[in-house]
Design a protein around this ligand. Structure first.
Ligand code: HEM
Ligand SMILES: *[C@@H]1O[C@H](CO)[C@@H](O)[C@H](O)[C@H]1NC(C)=O
Ligand SMILES: *[C@@H]1O[C@H](CO)[C@@H](O)[C@H](O)[C@H]1NC(C)=O
Ligand SMILES: *[C@@H]1O[C@H](CO)[C@@H](O)[C@H](O)[C@H]1NC(C)=O
Ligand SMILES: *[C@@H]1O[C@H](CO)[C@@H](O)[C@H](O)[C@H]1NC(C)=O
Ligand SMILES: *[C@@H]1O[C@H](CO)[C@@H](O)[C@H](O)[C@H]1NC(C)=O
Ligand SMILES: *[C@@H]1O[C@H](CO)[C@@H](O)[C@H](O)[C@H]1NC(C)=O
Length: 768
């Protein structure tokens, strides 16, 4: 083990003469910061070099894949680095002070508020919390900022990218501040030790492909639309460091529990993974947010519990298309065009646009040789999109591709409609329409299938109007547990269907585990049409209590040939412990639901005695059940695909996202009444028709094809009426102020909905 030199250096040494009433002094702080910075910078540099080496040598393991997937980039990286500097500096201060002064010091005197402020400046944490200027020159009433800042005028960072998740219940860490739940060996909760997550996964989640039950109502589109939507809302980054800051141990070469390593221990008798003291699935903690997760007791203040960072905006704004940071957003645009997004300049999909390639030389997606066993196969880079997970699987990539094309289609149409608009206006107006699509599809089509009619009525009924006191931020439990419910609706196979919706002959359906990080399948295996037909033409997997998670993600996640594949079920539970998310009963209480205390009560809640027994054999008490597992074990609410607990958490989250968004599409003044009316008729089926070679679609793409939901020809699927976006500036044309006859354009023919609206709204169309 390469042991870094700087541990011996110890440049930040407590002044020997320090008495308990003296300040540590700013030069001491400065020195500790320098030392901490070196530790962090060295770890980052080392990790980057090590990652590059592995990718180049083609020895990328599944946990490398996850780590690279969760790498912070751009401003997220800056935020994470500032937090790492801060945490390490405080750690060193604490360590060094304690080394000299064994008795506990009253540290209000050691670190004054002023000192902490100075530290915040040095580390970069100050920039992370400084309120951004929301100047009126930015069109803030018309368009969303890329980062979501200034959506809320009073609290400009609410819902912005790269800010901490909110908590609906306080975190429960082992040390009260930062150590994961169950981190300390033999630590008990309600008198029971938490079971190993992998043991839980083996005993409760395991489902072979043969055991998969198909959903009789909902299509696989529902599943992947969920993932697509999640990537608009949540991304929890790791620290870039591959090794422990405190002792230099490489997280993937040791099973030691040392920050940021959080290894997943393998239980005895595991059917797939090797057991023993040195055997574990390497895993990494989510990065802390600035100035959280340290024991301020030692500095005389309140402890600040560790929080995690959400790299994305909380708003339904299609940030997975546009990016959540200005620099990325710009790089995704074609700045030499009329508001278009950049597309691939090397390949098309039968003439249709593909996502551009990622410029990085680290190519996670060079998987073709390995997967096809053809040493001569041509590799391609990863695609790039507004969210870094675009290549995670090819169904998701297809969604990215369709929405990218829709942007460009709309932008071209708007340019024809309003030739006078400049490139920026076209981009922003198009982006605004696209954001509204997301809002319409989620509330009208998607969520009712998930949370059921009852939760929809209670929490997401009629739009109540914008309320600046509603906090739109994503809650930690939503990202870490509730919205991961659909991991249990994933089929082991991605269907690829031909024009007649039967298996494509040339490029048949692919097992999911051979569809991770494989953009080459889209380029060389017939594009996205067959995949999209597979999504709308096949059923979702039904989550049943005895067939929960398919092996494709429980035993083969990110499997590239022989390496130790990951288990998504274990990861989900490990993640909630990493984030200190309270157990099942705490959340039942939060949602005003009963709190089962014993097997009989749990059996009633789950409507399943055997499952209750198996859960309690692992956990001892219902209170300790990891909330993700407890949530997905509940029987569905009526009409939905989650139980009462997740219906409550998910609907509550969307209620807040909707009501706390100043630029929600239904908030008066955001769109004109006619624009709103047009947007409310938008459908995914039309979006598919407009952006693929597919000529017939199920009218409702979220339901399985049936007598009630037949395939219809695209000609019969209603188009979005863009006429309300025509800017009326008649005085530019005629001096007498009357409008010239505009040339008829069939694409913009107004459908007969206009008479529903009074004529005076016609003048409110000016988006500029
Ligand atoms: C092939 C399909 C999918 C794969 C391979 C996949 C894989 C993953 C992985 C590896 C993680 C990170 C696990 C960790 O914490 O270490 C994750 C997180 C997550 N997944 Fe999935 N997932 C899939 C589909 C879905 C679907 C259908 C949904 C939901 C509706 C979903 C929702 C989420 C959410 C909300 C997170 C947390 C994201 C964050 O905040 O970083 N996933 N998924
Ligand atoms: C530390 O000192 C401050 C002021 O001198 C005092 O208010 C506080 O109670 C002391 N804290 C402890 C833990 O002794
Ligand atoms: C934890 O408990 C087990 C069984 O009771 C015991 O063998 C082990 O030594 C304990 N470990 C620690 C660190 O206390
Ligand atoms: C790969 O290419 C080499 C040289 O062109 C050829 O000899 C070999 O048979 C090819 N291998 C495969 C599997 O196609
Ligand atoms: C479930 O759906 C898949 C995809 O359409 C199909 O291949 C499979 O045969 C179905 N399974 C059952 C049991 O009907
Ligand atoms: C639980 O009930 C209380 C009191 O009626 C209510 O204020 C609260 O919003 C409910 N919680 C949830 C999550 O619905
Ligand atoms: C409870 O389970 C029984 C049999 O296992 C089933 O017939 C019944 O429909 C279930 N009830 C509910 C509300 O899910």
């Amino acid at each position: 083990m390469l042991f870094p030199v700087f541990f011996m250096l110890g440049i930040c040494l407590v002044p020997a003469h320090l008495t308990p009433t003296e300040h540590l002094g700013s030069s001491f702080l400065q020195q500790c910061f320098e030392e901490a910075k070196k530790i962090v910078d060295d770890a980052y540099t080392y990790s980057r070099a090590e990652s590059l080496r592995r990718v180049r040598k083609d020895v990328v393991s599944p946990h490398d894949a996850l780590r690279l997937l969760k790498q912070p980039r751009g401003e997220t990286r800056t935020a994470v680095r500032a937090a790492d500097y801060m945490a390490q500096t405080l750690h060193l201060v604490q360590q060094r002070v304690h080394r000299i002064h064994k008795r506990s010091l009253n540290a209000t005197d050691l670190l004054s508020g002023e000192d902490l402020e100075k530290l915040a400046m040095l580390t970069g944490c100050a920039t992370q919390v400084r309120p951004p200027p929301c100047s009126s020159t930015q069109n803030l009433d018309k368009y969303r900022t890329i980062t979501g800042v200034c959506n809320n005028r009073m609290k400009p960072r609410l819902g912005a990218s790269n800010t901490p998740f909110t908590r609906w219940l306080p975190a429960e860490y082992d040390d009260g501040i930062s150590e994961p739940r169950g981190w300390q060996p033999n630590r008990t909760f309600n008198n029971f030790i938490l079971p190993l997550v992998r043991q839980v996964s083996n005993n409760i989640l395991s489902t072979t492909d043969a055991g998969v039950v198909n959903d009789t109502e909902f299509s696989l589109m529902v599943t992947f639309f969920g993932q697509w939507n999640d990537h608009d809302l949540t991304f929890t980054p790791f620290s870039p460091s591959i090794r422990s800051f405190s002792n230099g141990i490489n997280c993937d070469e040791s099973c030691e529990r040392t920050e940021p390593c959080i290894p997943i221990e393998i239980p005895p008798g595991d059917p797939r993974l090797p057991t023993g003291p040195d055997s574990c699935i390497p895993s990494f903690r989510s990065a802390p947010a600035c100035g959280t997760g340290f024991s301020a007791y030692n500095f005389g203040g309140e402890p600040v519990k560790r929080e995690q960072i959400n790299a994305l905006t909380a708003f339904l704004d299609l940030s997975q298309v546009y990016g959540s940071e200005p620099k990325l957003a710009l790089s995704l645009r074609d700045l030499n065009s009329d508001g278009l997004m950049r597309v691939n300049d090397r390949f098309t999909d039968n003439g249709r646009e593909l996502l551009p390639f990622h410029p990085l030389q680290v190519n996670m997606c060079a998987t073709r040789k390995r997967v096809t066993n053809d040493p001569n196969a041509t590799e391609v880079p990863c695609f790039i999109g507004g969210d870094t997970r675009v290549d995670e699987n090819i169904a998701l990539t297809s969604m990215h591709t369709m929405f990218l094309r829709e942007h460009n289609r709309l932008a071209r149409a708007l340019k024809r409609l309003n030739p006078q608009w400049d490139s920026e206006t076209i981009y922003q107006e198009t982006r605004k329409i696209m954001g509204a699509y997301a809002e319409v599809f989620i509330i009208r089509d998607y969520l009712p299938h998930i949370v059921g009619d009852d939760a929809m009525r209670r929490l997401l009924g009629r739009y109540p109007g914008y309320n600046s006191n509603v906090d739109p931020r994503i809650s930690n439990v939503f990202a870490t547990a509730a919205y991961r419910f659909a991991h249990l609706a994933i089929q082991p196979v991605l269907g690829r269907l031909g024009p007649d919706y039967t298996q494509d002959r040339q490029f048949p359906s692919v097992p999911l585990f051979k569809a991770f990080f494989t953009p080459w399948r889209i380029i060389f295996e017939g594009g996205i049409d067959s995949l999209v037909r597979g999504l709308v033409g096949g059923p979702a997997k039904l989550n049943t209590q005895d067939h929960m998670m398919v092996d494709a993600i429980r035993e083969r996640l990110f499997q590239f040939v022989q390496h130790l594949a990951l288990d998504l079920g274990s990861l989900n539970m490990q993640r909630s412990r990493d984030h200190g998310i309270p157990g099942y009963n705490a959340w039942r209480k939060f949602c005003n639901l009963s709190e089962p205390r014993n097997q009989a009560e749990l059996a009633r809640v789950l409507n399943n005695t055997d499952l209750a027994r198996r859960l309690l054999r692992l956990y001892g008490t219902p209170a300790n059940i990891d909330v993700w597992l407890g949530g997905v074990a509940e029987p569905f609410v009526r009409g939905g695909r989650v139980g009462p607990l997740f219906a409550c958490i998910i609907a509550t989250q969307f209620q807040r996202i909707r009501q706390g968004d100043r630029l929600w599409y239904e908030n008066p003044g955001v769109f004109s009444a006619r624009q709103r009316a047009a947007l409310s008729t938008a459908t995914m089926s039309r979006l598919i028709c407009d952006n693929t070679g597919i000529t017939s679609v199920p009218r409702d793409v979220f339901s399985v094809i049936s007598r009630r939901n037949r395939l219809v020809r695209c000609n019969n699927v209603r188009r979005l009426n863009l006429a309300p976006w025509r800017e009326r500036r008649c005085t530019d044309f005629l001096e007498n102020g009357s409008c010239p006859d505009l040339p008829p354009d069939p694409e913009f023919e107004e459908e007969h909905i206009l008479n529903e609206f009074s004529g005076d709204e016609m003048d409110n169309e000016l988006p500029v």
